[in-house]
Each structure stands twice: as structure tokens, then as C-alpha cells.
Design a binder for this molecule. Structure first.
Ligand code: NAD
Length: 306
């Protein structure tokens, strides 16, 4: 089998590439390295440093003629999207359309898209479902929601088959210490540098933290399952910021100097995504408990030290 992974030099994409290569798949990567790193690109992958919005990227897709296209390349920073909505839309909407057109031309069997819980905006519910209304509260959520709509319409008009995966808060090795989704990486980075940990609000806010290897497994399952479906990839478990800190300090004997600061404007208190549909349609289950995922992530951060 031959696939393309856009964003294959990034945090999640590089793990997906590693797993595909370990399964004997021929992997081609499209990445302009704006946030990805060459050092984390598997040496057995075919790497093209290219922008997904370009003609050149289109040509590569048509030349390679992959069986499947994993579309992970994105402007994935919520804060940046609010500061630069046009740039965010160019990459996440126009870039996705460019890749959809190329896939249609190359007769790609399956388009697998990395979407996000950010499409739900500030919707406050104990457990979000795929049927809940999407009212994004950031341009990032809006651009991902719009890209989803283009993908569905490409199927309606041209029968370009797809699976849309909406990830919860992903964490794991290689994540950059930035942003809300990266809270585990931020904490481990602060611990390493011996700095204070600033907790916004009372630390009781919860998120659905999913380990990067579980996200990879869901992407691979989507090669053969979940056609024309939008599916949340999550643990269905709430973990508070205080619990994350507690696990890091108690389990690994790390001392943390923590300080509670004002809650951030617009931050939602709880976010948790139901994973029943993923279990049923993808025949997938999250394999990692938060303690196990944190252990591997912590080990990775320790290695970086050496
Ligand atoms: P990342 O920034 O590490 O990876 C994105 C990759 O895309 C990078 O390698 C970057 O260089 C590349 N890229 C960006 N713009 C590009 C362009 N114009 N042309 C070519 N390449 C470009 O982010 P990540 O956390 O690995 O996210 C991967 C995907 O998963 C994204 O689509 C993101 O929206 C989605 N996602 C991530 C999370 C999370 O918690 N990390 C949650 C939900 C969804």
C-alpha cells in the first residue's frame, strides 16, 4: 500500500508515519516545516518540503497516486487563528480544497481528515456527541468545520470517499509546549526548566486527554472502516488539570512549584467527547490510560535532557 501523510513532520503526523512504515506501507510526506521538524521525520519516508496550498503539492499527489491520503497538515494553533484568520483559512480551508482536488484527480481511495473538538466551540455538555451542533468559538474551529463541509460535498459531488476524525486533546512525545492542547508538554517543559507552573483558574477544569498512539491507531483503522462518517476519537474520560499535575508529581517523584492564576477569558470548564461511535465503526478502543501515556511522555522529555 502507498499513502500520503500531509503534516507528517508534525507532532501527530510523525507518529502516524512511523507506525505506517513499521507496517510496511510506502509513505510520502507533504510538509512545509512551518511547525514540523525534519529530525522527527522517519528516514524511510519520501519527504517533500512543500506547501499544501501549492500547485507543486497537487502535482506530487497526482504523480504518487496514493491509495489513501491522511490530511493532518494544518494551522493548528487556536491563538494564532484568532490573530491571523486569513492565514488560518488559507491553510485549513484552501489547503484542504487543494488536496481534495488533487485526490479526486489521482483517484485516491480514501481521504482521512484530522478534525477537532474545537468545532463545538463553547458548547457545554457532559459528553459531546457527533450529533451536537457545531458553533465554533475560534477561527481554527471554524476553518476545520468548513474543511469538513468541503470534504462531505466532495463526496456528494464526486464520490471522493472520506473519514473525518475529530480528535480530543492529544498529548504525547514530540508535542511542542504550546497552547491548551499542549498542557502536558507545557507542564513537562516547565518542570524540566525548573520554573513555576501557572495553572489558569482553580485547576478543576477538565479535558479529554488522548494519547497520540491511540490517535494513530484510529487513523489506521479508518483506512478500511468508517467511510463517509464523522467520528470522535477520545477517551470519554474527564481528567482535571490538577489530576495531571498530581500524576506527574506523585508517580514520577517530581517536585512542582505551582501557582494559580486568573482563569482565561472564554476557557470552557469541561470538555469530554463520547467515543462510542469510534468503538463501533472503527472497531477501535483507546489502549492507553492517562497514567501510561504520561509515563511515556515523561520518559521522552527526560531523554531530551540527556
Ligand atoms: P503540528 O503543528 O505539530 O503539525 C502540523 C504539521 O502541518 C506541521 O508539521 C506543519 O509543518 C505542517 N503544515 C502546516 N501548514 C502547512 C502547509 N501550509 N503546507 C504543508 N504543511 C503544513 O500539529 P499537530 O498537533 O500534530 O496536529 C496535526 C493535526 O491534528 C492538525 O490538523 C490539527 O488540527 C489536528 N488536531 C490536533 C489536536 C491536538 O491536540 N494536537 C487536536 C485536534 C486536532
Amino acid at each position: 500500500m502507498k499513502v500520503i501523510v500531509s503534516g507528517g513532520a508534525g507532532f501527530i503526523g510523525s507518529h502516524l508515519v512511523d507506525e505506517l512504515i513499521s507496517r510496511g506501507v510506502e509513505v510520502h510526506i507533504l510538509d512545509n516545516l512551518v511547525s514540523g521538524k525534519l529530525e522527527q521525520v522517519n528516514p524511510h519516508a519520501h519527504m517533500y518540503v512543500v506547501d499544501i496550498c501549492s500547485e507543486e503539492a497537487r502535482r506530487i499527489v497526482v504523480d504518487v497516486q496514493p491509495d489513501a491520503f491522511f490530511h493532518l497538515a494544518a494551522q493548528a494553533d487556536v491563538g494564532k487563528s484568532v490573530q491571523h484568520p486569513k492565514y488560518d483559512a488559507d491553510v485549513n480551508i484552501i489547503g484542504t480544497i487543494n488536496m481534495l482536488e488533487a485526490c479526486r484527480q489521482a483517484k485516491v481511495r480514501k481521504f482521512i481528515f484530522a478534525s477537532t473538538s474545537a468545532v463545538y466551540g463553547n458548547l457545554s455538555k457532559d459528553l459531546l456527541s457527533e450529533k451536537d451542533v457545531s458553533i465554533p468559538a475560534s477561527y481554527y474551529g471554524l476553518s476545520k468545520m468548513t474543511a469538513e463541509s468541503y470534504i462531505r460535498l466532495f463526496y456528494e459531488l464526486y464520490r471522493q470517499s472520506y473519514t473525518i476524525l475529530r480528535y480530543a486533546n492529544v498529548y504525547g512525545p514530540r508535542q511542542k509546549p504550546k497552547g491548551e492542547g499542549g498542557v502536558v508538554a507545557v507542564f513537562l517543559d516547565r518542570i524540566k526548566k525548573g520554573g513555576h507552573i501557572h495553572v489558569h483558574g482553580d485547576g478543576q477544569q477538565t479535558r479529554d486527554f488522548i494519547y497520540v498512539k491511540d490517535i494513530v491507531a484510529a487513523n489506521i483503522a479508518a483506512l478500511d472502516r468508517g467511510a463517509q462518517e464523522t467520528i470522535q476519537v477520545s477517551t470519554s474520560q474527564r481528567t482535571s488539570i490538577n489530576e495531571i499535575l498530581g500524576l506527574l508529581t506523585d508517580t514520577y517523584g517530581i517536585s512542582v512549584d505551582k501557582e494559580f492564576t486568573d482563569a482565561r477569558e472564554g476557557d470552557i470548564k469541561h470538555s469530554c467527547l463520547c467515543n462510542e461511535k469510534a468503538k463501533k465503526l472503527l472497531n477501535w478502543n483507546p489502549a492507553y490510560k492517562i497514567g501510561e501515556g504520561l509515563k511515556e511522555t515523561h520518559a521522552y522529555h527526560n531523554e531530551l535532557d540527556e
